[in-house]
Design a protein around this ligand. Structure first.
Ligand code: GLN
Ligand code: ZN
Length: 762
């Protein structure tokens, strides 16, 4: 049988099997690695990824996807898009690179933001008027040559495409887009022609911006860019790769003058397949068929994937099809090899990057050897494990009843609640509070690790946590805050903590993914029906409350944040999963209330993150997200004060949904959005309790009394004074104890001064 189908990989996780990459990076930053050794260790990691993909017989192995920090930053540096503040002092390129990512004496780090709707963050390229268009180094060419020289691999170079690169950059206005593109595209042409001359037969150009809602002008710009490249370099083969959703302007995009188009058939809600069926696919192009989920950790139902592949083959012949993951595997952990503690039942259903690469090969072989019995058997065996997992009892829907037996909205209006709560709580004007966590000092982390390893008994650990709570209740009394928290010392992470305690979740050992720079996260896995088992936060909160006459807020993570920061089962809708989480939280809320905790904060910092990429899908998401939050907080008595907290995102376009949460009090970060949020409230009346963060908790600097007074007064100009709260931007777990105490003392002092001034002025 002639081999026709080929496999193509879009990108491999950088972090290494056991986060070696992170360790090398951090050791270098600390000065514990010489530059030479740093490069050597990184080279080793990079080559090992190529080797693994070669072992899995992948036809097109990507190069240029590896990075020391972030691929958008790599691209910016390659094209000399370096902010002026870093261009002034000539540094070694590696130092400039890390200075842009992390800040240095030369200046503040570049802005960092979320990569589409993932939890990966990229460094935002900053154009400025003095930008000199030039190529510093063609790092993709180096990677291509390295693969050939060291391993004899004819790799497929990967570039971040010019359209998306510009879309993700700042420092120019919309009208300047064409002029900037005119300067940038020749640089791309140079890089691409060098790759072509070096022998690259196919070059992947990532254009994920094509899945967002584009205007006609956008499409025009895009078309101009690719026409221009094709005119200059008619002989190169570009594969225009999209991912994370479907493309809207299907016919225009697929007719661009490129060799191939890569589409996501997993996260497209069926739209890409539909478009191909309706409009067909150009006869001279390759189709990169993303049929394996590049963003989630479930084993592929190879039977279904193969059916899809067969369907595609009716339109695009096998020799023009590339079997691909839906996106780069950057968003999934590396290998299942170290998951030694998970139940076999669950393990049956999992595939990390290494396993996904194998799946590509499996699908290809199944297609290319349709009559080979051994191939068929391997394929069937694989499907068997998938089926076993799918049939597991924990996957069967249980709590689907729509009759919840309790209200899904609060029984009293905000106005009614407000009156009742004022009477009950008798808080001062401008109440002061914090967001939840207090410093996770070395001893807190060490003690938790010892306890987890079984080296410390439960009692001893409890005593330790209680000691911390006691200490911080005393500190809060001394500082003079009005509403207290217990400090979250028992929590490693605000989602994993609940994941460990709720049914339907598993916590992995090695399921790390890169979040930003060297920071990796280990999202819990929602594999089955989520339900409440027993109280999760009552013990610590009630203990804290027993030590003080001041109210202590019960701290919970909201259902949408738990969803967005987990790997989520894909056999039922996210909405359904979120509803299950919300119902479980209802029971936790009730348990807290029963224990006398009557201020409850449910954090939703990740609510904005789940916003779909396409505008026309956004409202539906926001609606069910808000519903889930309301469901989780609905059944409390009217005097119980429900708080929520959000941070580090654009709020202005979701302000209506924030209002709709119907929380009695919300605390929102402000420092990083530089007053933009305050602007928002000028035009948007907010009528419920609101605390605008008065200082940035990410900075070790102690905020001055004056500065915080200014922030408070600014906010009082636009918000109803009687509903205003004073608090930091976010939790304080990353600060030292000294910094925290000093900052909070100043915050209370600032509040007192404003209270005085306000009294006089009224
Ligand atoms: N309550 C959490 C804390 O203080 C909130 C964290 C967050 O918003 N990311 O740490
Ligand atoms: Zn926060």
């Amino acid at each position: 049988m002639k081999m026709v189908l080929r496999t193509s990989q879009l990108g491999y996780p950088r972090i290494g099997e056991q986060r070696e990459w992170k360790r090398t990076l951090e050791a270098y930053w600390k000065g514990e690695r010489s530059k030479e050794r740093f490069y050597e260790e990184m080279r080793h990691i990079r080559l090992s990824h190529l080797q693994k993909q070669r072992d899995a017989q992948i036809d097109y192995i990507p190069v240029g996807d590896f990075s020391f920090y972030d691929h958008v930053l790599d691209t910016a540096l390659m094209f000399n898009v370096i902010p002026e503040r870093f261009a002034q002092t000539p540094l070694d390129p590696l130092d400039t690179y890390f200075a842009m990512a992390r800040g240095s004496d030369a200046g503040e780090a570049c802005e960092m933001t979320k990569w589409f709707d993932t939890n990966y963050h990229y460094i935002v390229p900053e154009f400025h008027h003095g930008w000199v268009p030039k190529i510093t180094t063609n790092y993709v060419l180096k990677a291509y040559e390295e693969a050939k020289k060291e391993l004899g691999i004819e790799a497929k170079p990967v570039l971040l495409g010019p359209f998306t690169f510009l879309k993700l950059s700042k420092g120019y206005t919309d009208t300047e887009f064409p002029q900037l593109a005119e300067k940038l595209v020749p640089l791309y042409e140079h890089v691409i022609s060098e790759l072509h001359e070096a022998g690259a037969s196919l070059i992947q150009v990532d254009e994920p911006s094509l899945v967002t809602s584009l205007s006609e002008t956008d499409v025009e710009h895009l078309t101009n860019i690719y026409r221009e490249i094709a005119e200059r370099l008619p002989e190169v083969n570009l594969l225009l790769q999209t991912y994370f959703d479907s493309i809207d302007h299907f016919e225009q995009v697929v007719s661009l003058p490129v060799k191939g188009i890569g589409l996501d058939f997993v996260h497209d809600k069926g739209a890409n397949l539909q478009a191909i069926k309706t409009s067909g696919f150009p006869e001279d192009k390759l189709l990169g068929a993303g049929i394996i989920d590049g963003r989630n950790i479930w084993k592929t139902d190879v039977h279904d994937a193969f059916t899809l592949l067969t369907e595609l083959q009716e339109i695009v012949p096998a020799e023009r099809l590339l079997v691909q993951p839906s996106s780069s595997l950057l968003h999934v952990p590396v290998t299942l090899k170290y998951e030694t503690k998970l139940d076999q039942e669950l393990l049956n259903g999992l595939a990390y990057a290494e396993e996904k690469v194998y799946e590509l090969h499996l699908l290809k072989t199944r297609g290319n050897y349709p009559t080979d019995e051994a191939v068929k058997q391997t394929f069937a065996d694989y499907q068997q494990t998938v089926d076993t997992f799918k049939e597991a009892s924990f996957r069967q829907a249980t709590n689907d009843s729509t009759d919840l037996g309790f209200p899904t909205h609060r029984t009293h209006t905000y106005e009614e609640r407000k009156a009742l709560q004022e009477k009950k709580w008798r808080l001062p004007f401008l109440p002061t509070t914090t967001i939840g966590s207090f410093p996770q000092t070395r001893d807190v982390k060490r003690t938790r690790t010892e306890w987890r390893r079984g080296e410390l008994a439960d009692d001893a650990y409890d005593t330790f946590v209680k000691g911390k709570i006691e200490k911080w209740i005393t500190i809060q009394e001394e500082v003079g805050l009005d509403v207290f928290v217990h400090g979250e010392f028992e929590r490693n992470d605000m989602v994993e903590y609940f994941g460990e305690k709720l049914n339907g979740f598993a916590v992995t050992q090695n399921g790390w993914v890169q979040s930003y720079g060297s920071r990796c996260v280990k999202p819990p896995v929602i594999y089955g029906n989520v339900s409440f088992e027993k109280p999760m936060t009552v013990k610590e909160t009630a203990f804290a409350q027993s030590l003080t006459a001041k109210p202590v807020k019960g701290m919970l993570t909201g259902p949408v944040t738990i969803l967005n920061w987990s790997f989520v089962r894909d056999d039922i809708s996210n909405r359904k999963v979120t509803e299950q989480i919300a119902k479980a939280l209802v029971e936790e809320v009730a348990a807290l209330e029963q224990a006398g905790i009557e201020m409850i904060q449910m954090d939703e910092p990740a609510l904005r993150e789940g916003l779909p990429l396409k505008k026309h899908h956004q409202q539906a998401y926001l609606d069910w997200a808000v519903e889930a939050f309301r469901l989780a907080t609905a059944q409390v008595t009217p005097t119980t004060q429900v708080h929520t907290h959000m941070c580090y995102c654009d709020f202005h376009d979701i302000i209506d949904s924030i209002k709709a949460l119907d929380a009695d009090v919300i605390s929102i970060e402000t420092s990083r959005s530089h007053g933009e949020l305050i602007e928002t409230f000028k035009t948007n009346v907010y009528d419920k309790g609101i605390g605008l963060g008065v200082y940035d908790i990410h900075s070790p600097q102690i905020p001055s009394i004056e500065k915080m007074m200014t922030v408070i007064k600014q906010a009082l100009n636009v918000l109803p004074a009687q509903a205003f709260w004073v608090n930091p931007d976010c939790g304080l777990k990353t600060r030292t104890e000294e910094q925290t105490i000093a900052a909070l003392k100043n915050m209370v002092a600032a509040t007192k001064k404003v209270r005085e001034e306000w009294k006089v002025s009224q």
